[in-house]
Design a protein around this ligand. Structure first.
Ligand SMILES: CC(C)(COP(=O)(O)OP(=O)(O)OC[C@H]1O[C@@H](n2cnc3c(N)ncnc32)[C@H](O)[C@@H]1OP(=O)(O)O)[C@@H](O)C(=O)NCCC(=O)NCCS
Length: 230
């Protein structure tokens, strides 16, 4: 028996920071009703991808409802980002049969990125492609067993950071452009740019917070940039 949707949602909601709303939806049983503009956007897609897209939207609507935001079409921008309602920031991820969405008010968070990875399905060869020498070093220092969670963690942390920063900067970063380190506290990580930030909008990225949680065979990462006065 894998991790059930309800348990996944409960565990993430117990763990998540305040003022962020996170919801989960099963890809195979999403009931999301596309509006005509959304139908145009998914026209010609593979049925599996349409179900995944619908499940992400359904999770997003559930998460928005918890913030008191009424349902509205969630169109996809030309750069593939979800076009969140005015005053809202958020992020969507899918992994296998699970889709998750996280949203918050822009008065609390300027940027949010989430990513879910199934650890047993993570191809080790990806680790070699995405990791910097410094990252390989700290992962090896954890001991030989740790690569099983640390490799998908590294990938997920970079993906969630990418999603958190992109709507703010439009910077198309590669995997070697940022360096991930574990934080001093378990469950936290830091992300540093490995080169000068393309937009100079965030000359150092110390404002971004990284958090992770292991959920049986899954790793979930959350990258956040708090609003200044929150
Ligand atoms: C965009 C990207 C991060 C998506 O990640 P993924 O693991 O392929 O897929 P996930 O299921 O986790 O996330 C997909 C969702 O991300 C969101 N997304 C897509 N492009 C995005 C962007 N530029 N910024 C923020 N979110 C984006 C969408 O909501 C998408 O789902 P949807 O199309 O159903 O709405 C990835 O495909 C990508 O292009 N990465 C760029 C390289 C990279 O990650 N570098 C890391 C270095 S920092």
């Amino acid at each position: 028996m894998g991790l059930g949707l309800t348990e996944l949602e409960n565990r993430i909601n117990t763990w998540k920071p305040e003022k962020i709303s996170i919801s989960v939806c099963a890809v195979e049983s999403a009931q999301y009703q596309f509006n005509p503009d959304e139908i145009k956007q998914v026209s010609g897609w593979h049925p599996r991808r349409i179900r995944e897209f619908a499940a992400g939207r359904e999770a997003a609507h559930k998460a928005l409802a918890k913030l008191g935001v009424p349902p509205a079409p969630l169109l996809r921008g030309e750069d593939r980002t979800p076009q969140w309602p005015e005053g809202i920031t958020g992020s969507i991820t899918h992994s296998g049969d699970k889709a998750l969405a996280a949203v918050a008010s822009c008065s609390d968070y300027l940027g949010i990125g989430i990513d879910l990875e199934q650890m047993s399905k993570f191809p080790e060869k990806v680790f070699w492609r995405i990791s910097l020498p410094e990252e390989k070093e700290w992962i090896y220092s954890l001991g030989p067993e740790s690569i099983q969670w640390a490799a998908p963690f590294l990938f997920s942390a970079k993906e969630s950071f990418y999603k958190a920063q992109y709507p703010l900067t439009h910077a198309r970063l590669g995997f070697h452009d940022v360096m991930i380190q574990l934080g001093d506290k378990t469950g936290w990580f830091t992300t540093k740019y490995n080169k000068e930030h393309p937009t100079r909008r965030y000359p150092d990225n110390s404002g971004f917070i990284g958090r992770y949680i292991l959920l049986e065979d899954y790793i979930f990462t959350l990258s956040l940039l708090k609003a200044q006065n929150s």
